[in-house]
Design a binder for this molecule. Structure first.
Ligand code: URA
Length: 197
């Protein structure tokens, strides 16, 4: 049965995929969410930013990164001349808010993964930016720290991937902001090379 689910997700177009996400009951997060948070942006963007999961504000509004961390993300995008909704697509590892903003559990992320994989397949981004530890560790199947993963190019199913700090973390650890800005410049330079290739 779950194989059927993965198979239909893997063949869904955008409309069907949205519909499947909004009705999803595959994991217990579906019982506590107000609404699902699908993702937002240019469906053909070169850039795909992936966060962890919706917080309270996102759960209210149905859009990723619209709370405090989202404002910082918008500033991070602006630092490399990117605009939400135009140059990038923004999604999360899980589409439903974990209660109290706890980290998503592995089983929850696993149930949600086919949706993200389909989004990636439909978007075909040139570069993925993993925002924070949960996204980076999940996508790279590692338990290494952000500090050890940032500053170099990784790959997620053939797509170049760069790791940086989560904006919510940066709000608490201003000392690491400069490093995040370095990561964004690294990402911008990487994108230029990819676009020129
Ligand atoms: N943090 C995330 O990881 N994703 C959001 O959408 C909002 C906050």
């Amino acid at each position: 049965e779950s194989e059927d689910r993965s198979t239909s997700i893997a063949h869904a177009d955008w409309g069907r995929l949205r519909q499947m996400v909004s009705g999803c009951t595959a994991c217990p997060l579906s019982q506590t969410r107000k609404q699902t948070v699908f993702g937002v942006g240019d469906e053909q963007a070169d850039w795909l930013f992936i966060g962890e999961g919706p917080g309270a504000r996102e759960d209210e509004l149905g859009e990723p990164f619209v709370g405090q961390a989202g404002k910082l993300l918008d500033n991070m995008l602006q630092a490399v001349s990117l605009r939400r909704g135009q140059d990038v697509y923004i999604a999360n590892i899980v589409k439903c808010r974990p209660p109290g903003n706890r980290n998503p559990q592995d089983a929850e992320a696993e149930q949600c993964r086919p949706y993200l994989l389909r989004q990636i397949a439909l978007i075909q981004p040139r570069l993925i930016v993993a925002l924070g530890k949960v996204a980076a560790q999940n996508l790279l199947a590692t338990d290494a720290s952000i500090a050890s993963l940032r500053g170099r190019l990784h790959e997620f199913s053939g797509i170049p991937l760069i790791v940086t700090y989560h904006p919510a973390y940066l709000l608490r650890s201003l000392g690491d902001k400069a490093k995040a800005w370095e990561d964004l410049c690294f990402a911008r330079d990487t994108m230029r090379n990819l676009q020129a290739a």
